[in-house]
Design a protein around this ligand. Structure first.
Ligand code: GRF
Length: 222
């Protein structure tokens, strides 16, 4: 069966991109990363992608000062690579409603909280100042509003009493690295469909329980 052709858009470290590349390297994984795009030349993830032999493109917004020309260049690169699904992974540039519409239900993002709680930047600081006991991460289809859209996969992670934003971010990140490849696999296997702005998931036989158990986050933290 043909593998789903995927692009990953990054702006920085690219650890989620790395998790997606690793997942796709496993024989029989139903997707392949055909392109990694960064909008920043100094994104560390570009080197990770190159080392893994994945084609990269730098589409910098200094060269394309207005959004329309930036997104035209981005769309041209995605189309040239035959991309069928776009994964945002720490991509720090806002995309226009036009771009989001063009990739409707073919554009996904990972956010380090249990959406719809704690949208936006400084997520872990928001979580700590709210005093919630459980946080997590969310993979969702992208809509024009930031951190909005049908939810594909979520996992819960405990907030521990001595957490600071850095410790909490690290614990959540380990779970992100499980959730993003899982969401990609579910989509690539055709087990995700959107109906009335909710995801209907065919998750039969998938061991999802371990991912939504907060204890998984405690174990991962050790
Ligand atoms: C992750 O926490 C992701 O949820 C958020 O930005 C961070 C990116 O980290 N959107 P990385 O570049 O994947 O390491």
């Amino acid at each position: 069966m043909a593998r789903l052709k995927v692009a990953v858009l990054i702006s920085g470290r690219g650890s989620n991109m790395g998790a997606l590349i690793d997942a796709c390297a496993v024989p029989d994984f139903p997707a392949e990363i055909v392109l990694v795009v960064s909008n920043r030349a100094d994104a560390a993830g570009l080197e990770t992608a190159k080392a893994a032999g994945v084609p990269t493109a730098l589409i910098g917004h200094r060269d394309d000062p207005d959004r329309a020309s930036f997104e035209a260049a981005l769309n041209a690169a995605l189309d040239a690579a035959g991309v069928e699904l776009v994964c945002l992974a720490g991509f720090m540039r806002l995309l226009t409603a036009d771009f989001v519409r063009r990739w409707h239900d073919r554009l996904i993002n990972i956010h380090p909280s249990l959406l719809p709680a704690f949208k936006g930047l400084h997520t872990h600081e928001q979580v700590l100042s709210a005093g919630v006991r459980i946080t997590g991460c969310t993979v969702h289809f992208v809509r024009a509003e930031m951190d909005d859209g049908p939810i594909i996969v979520q996992a819960a992670v405990p907030v521990l009493p001595d957490d600071d934003a850095e410790r909490l971010a690290a614990r959540v990140l380990r779970v992100e690295h499980q959730c993003y490849p899982l969401a990609l696999r579910l989509i690539a296997e055709g087990r995700v469909r959107v109906e009335n702005e909710r995801v209907i998931l065919d998750a039969s036989g998938d061991g999802l329980a371990s991912l939504v158990n907060p204890a998984a986050g405690i174990r991962a933290a050790k």
